[in-house]
Design a protein around this ligand. Structure first.
Ligand code: SF4
Length: 343
């Protein structure tokens, strides 16, 4: 059977074309993944930073049941009746999916898929912060591990951070772990909530690289609008958005911005494969990016996704299985639940 024409169309829109060699490579992998998903009642959740072959969804002949950002995917996983979730993303994301869906098995194709931001802070660090700032609530960005979340008062995404902050009476809030996101949010917090943030010194090793490269691209492309992620350094955000139309926001904010913008050209300050997502969604628009990839995200491939599915019911399944001590899972669930209730 030839590779589904919808898949070829979508993949080509995302990448600028598809070669016969790529078709021959992908076809057997995609077919076996589809068969095993059906056999084991599994769904694949695929993050926007995955390579294009993992981002084409089932409606377009691919294998991803849901493509989205980390929290959106975990909520989608919770709402399915599947027995297995195969999480194509990094470890803290798969943990969040498991925290929300403990009755399901969550498999992560490579447990080495980490995150500089999540790794910058531990539960013990949060306890020490609370001792240093007694009574100040701790808001954790979703990019944290379960044992860190377990010590926090509430979680947030970049989208709901202000709303969450407003629900606390305290004039000060501890915001972890991304200092750049915290700095970018600080002025918004001050105007909209009259609250100040105590920040942690974490950063995303991908987004912190958007500096002079974005400034020079802005100068070289006078018509292009800017799409900057919250985790981009505040100096870059302030200097470029001072003179150019654009947005600083979450991945979902970036997608919505492009959808409503009349511009035909954009400079992307976020992970390189979000550029492929955007090209697939908006084929008539042009996206320019320094193309910086997250090496943690790229550990997840079609091959190890297939390997995780092949392991189901065998002793190898344990190497892919995401498990969290039930006491920590319950403690980590509380701040996520509070965030979902407040959003
Ligand atoms: S892009 Fe940054 S925040 Fe996202 S997983 Fe990679 S290191 Fe972590």
């Amino acid at each position: 059977m030839p590779l589904n024409s919808l898949f070829i169309e979508k993949y080509s829109a995302m990448t600028g074309g598809i070669s016969e060699a790529t078709i021959s490579r992908l076809k057997p992998l995609l077919e076996e993944i589809r068969e095993l998903k059906k056999k084991h009642h599994a769904v694949i959740l695929s993050h926007y930073y995955m390579t294009p072959e993992l981002q084409v969804d089932t409606k377009n002949g691919g294998v991803a049941d849901f493509v989205g950002d980390s929290l959106g995917l975990s909520v989608a996983g919770k709402d399915t009746k599947a027995d297995y979730i195969i999480f194509c993303g990094v470890k803290f994301m798969a943990e969040t999916a498991f925290i929300l869906s403990p009755e399901k098995k969550v498999l992560l194709p490579d447990h080495q898929a980490g995150c500089s931001l999540a790794e910058s802070i531990t539960g013990k660090d949060v306890i020490a912060l609370k001792e240093k700032h007694p009574g100040v609530p701790v808001i954790a960005y979703i990019n944290t591990y379960a044992e860190t979340k377990a010590e926090c008062d509430v979680c947030c995404t970049s989208r709901n951070a202000v709303k969450i902050a407003k629900s606390f009476e305290s004039k000060e809030l501890i915001f972890i772990p991304d200092k750049f996101m915290g700095q970018n949010l600080a002025s918004k917090f001050k105007t909209e909530t009259d609250k100040t943030l105590i920040l942690w010194n974490g950063s995303c090793e991908v987004h912190e690289q958007f500096r002079e490269n974005i400034e020079s691209m802005t100068m070289a492309n006078p018509e292009a609008e800017l799409l900057l992620h919250w985790e981009v350094p505040q100096e870059t955000v302030a200097s470029t958005l001072k003179t150019r139309k654009g947005i600083v926001g979450s991945t979902s904010d970036i997608l919505s911005y492009v959808e409503q913008s009349k511009a035909s050209q954009f400079i992307l300050g976020s992970e390189c494969d979000l550029g492929a997502t955007l090209k697939g969604m908006f084929p008539t628009k042009q996206f320019i990016t320094p193309c910086i990839m997250c090496q943690h995200m790229k550990r997840i491939t079609l091959q190890n996704t297939l390997d995780a599915l092949r392991s189901i019911g065998t002793p190898n399944e344990a190497q892919y299985n995401v498990s969290i001590d039930e006491t920590i899972r319950k403690k980590a669930y509380a701040p996520i639940k509070l965030m979902l209730d407040l959003s």
